[in-house]
Design a protein around this ligand. Structure first.
Ligand code: TXA
Ligand code: MG
Length: 315
């Protein structure tokens, strides 16, 4: 059921239930952070392997101490600038955090979402929640209550409708290693933004490691069912598949080709991020043989959008 009844959502969470929850990035499936019965339901519903840890969502900075310890001072420089917002920070976990949340690691991922309804639910509940993205494992994340309903139908007692997610891609995930900050997942908070606030060296995880140690960092992820091809030369890519029924996703002015869906007419990367998953989910229902998407400019959030497209694409 899609609803705006926050009190009902709170009651369901207090009764070992799980809910669909809006955030500014993507929708989440939420449970109380210390309720193992409910957390197991999330893993089952998503068909997510238990070795893939969850992000804890808090509504006030004091709750950081409830879930993490040995917090570096740089964290507070970042949180005072970016929280509430799309930045998840990996820290040493407090001992009593459930191993289900952290997948038996000694770290925990935390963020404060920038969505009034999410914050109100956490406040009313009086404790943090866990919230992975509201999609079956490896599928495209949901950016509206309707997407969540399409994926899970009656399996969720309530999906809180908080409108379309303004950011449209999952949060940036960072951690600390010696004196460096590592970006594990790219998002709307970019490397440059983090460098500027912390004066710290910031590195992308994959530029240091070729192997994947954290589940969810799979090279393939977030995929529509229709095969998707990423290209920086639309015209020649289209020529290769002339006989196929193709959906073309592009950036900037609409092109004189059939079935062209534009992420942002004015070449605004934030707007492209906002539209990305919605476009994937909608085009996936239109029965195309193939989707071809144009690469975004490799700058700012464009780098994060290209990262998601690469994971979703077959090439
Ligand atoms: O924007 C978001 O972060 C959304 C909304 C709902 O808040 N949530 C989200 O959660 O994207 P999820 O579970 O779909 O992705 C969480 C990612 C996974 O790749 C997981 O492996 C990683 O965070 N993660 C969680 N805890 C971790 C930890 N302790 N160490 C390393 N990676 C961790
Ligand atoms: Mg996810």
């Amino acid at each position: 059921m899609i609803s705006k009844d926050i009190n009902l959502a709170k009651d369901i969470l207090n009764d070992h239930g799980i809910i669909g929850l809006p955030t500014e990035t993507v929708y989440g499936l939420a449970a109380k952070y210390n309720d193992e019965v409910a957390i197991k339901k999330i893993f089952e519903l998503k068909k997510r392997p238990l070795n893939n840890p969850l992000i804890i969502h808090i509504s006030k900075i004091d709750d950081l101490n409830l879930v993490a310890e040995n917090i570096p001072s740089k964290v507070y420089e970042l949180t005072s600038k970016f929280w509430p917002g799309p930045l998840t920070i990996i820290l040493k976990k407090k001992k009593d955090i459930s191993n289900l949340v952290t997948a038996n690691q000694d770290t925990v991922a935390v963020r404060m979402p920038n969505h009034a309804m999410a914050l109100e639910i956490i406040n009313k509940l009086g404790c943090p929640i866990v919230a992975p993205s509201a999609n079956p494992y490896m599928a495209v994340s949901s950016t509206s209550a309707r997407h969540v309903q399409k994926y899970f139908e009656s399996q969720l007692p309530i999906i809180i409708d908080g409108g379309n997610c303004l950011k449209g891609i999952e949060s940036t995930i960072i951690g600390f290693e010696e004196n460096k900050i590592i970006i594990y997942r790219k998002g709307s908070i970019t490397r440059e933004m983090i460098e500027k606030i912390t004066n710290c060296e910031v590195e992308y995880y994959e530029s240091k490691h070729n192997n994947i140690t954290t589940p969810g960092m799979h090279k393939k992820h977030y995929s529509p069912k229709t095969p998707l091809i990423l290209t920086d030369d639309l015209e020649s890519e289209l020529k290769k598949y002339e006989k196929k029924n193709i959906g073309v996703i592009s950036f900037g002015e609409k092109k004189d080709i059939q079935n062209n869906f534009v992420l942002s007419q004015n070449k605004n990367l934030e707007e492209a991020a906002f539209n990305l998953y919605q476009t994937f989910i909608e085009l996936d229902c239109l029965g195309f043989d193939l989707l071809i998407i144009e690469k975004m400019p490799e700058e700012g959030i464009g780098i994060s959008i290209n990262d998601r497209i690469k994971r979703a694409s077959i090439n």
